[in-house]
Design a protein around this ligand. Sequence first.
Ligand code: GLY
Length: 315
Amino acid sequence: MSKYVPKIIIHGGAINPDSGEFLEGIQKAILEGMKILKSGGNALDAVTEAIYTLEQNPIFNAGKGAWPNLKGEVELDAIIMDGKNLKAGAVAAVKNVKSPIKLARKIMEETDHILIVGSGAEELARAFGLFEQHKVPEERLKQWQDIKQNLMLGKDVPLMSYWKKISKWAKIGDTVGAVAMDKEGSVAAGTSSGGFPMKLPGRVGDVPLIGCSTYADNEAGGVSITGHGEVVMTYTLAKRIVDLMREGYSAKFATEWMVNYINELTAGKALLAVIAIDKNGNFGSARNTDKTPHAFMDETMNKPMFHFSKIITTQ
Ligand code: GLY
């Protein structure tokens, strides 16, 4: 019998509500991932399927529900990483793709590259049968128009302060992600995002950059992060959390320590939520957000668990 218990942990954005349709969406996605693990499938397939399910749900800021940029165009970022061999695939600022996470996986498995951007990524989407003309859902379009109007009235600038402000009244989240461990003890992690709401056209966030939003290494563990991409990039957070786990710290310690550290460095201004599984199969998560929909589940549980992050008080 395998000494590893298959498991998965997922998140649905740093500041999305952790109730109602968001929790239902999270529950559906984690069960899709768990189904694969329970039937003996690998961590990579579980992560792909969980994130794909979130991408197809228009309430999350990834895939179908992604936030348009300042010009009203949707540019998508995604990454997937296999902890067994450190292979990764990623897309950035790609416009018309059915599933950014599936395209990232194709790049990992079918090319010699890690990151493909923009029109090149769209061409690959066509080649792999993943092209889909993006249509912004009605509700998202309405939210975008409201925020744009506020911005034009000078109400919500600069960027960080307006994000915090609008988070009080708009259903704005960023990013979805998953980390899984399979029965072989192999770890995979992935993240997918529409990026920062109202981002400048061409802006690429932390998501597709290896070691920033995402990292996986069987010798240490796997991580996916949601939050303010520029901060996550600056501190290459996912790799640093994985390196803590490599040194023997648990996923719980590593995630909590790093969120506390960044929270102090940025005086609580950078919103951040982190999920992880360490090489020993322990879950960990931490956030300085008020709410982040997320869940974890292992093969022995008959339903997912929610709300287990430590809340770090900001200021
Ligand atoms: N963390 C997602 C982004 O900033 O693009």
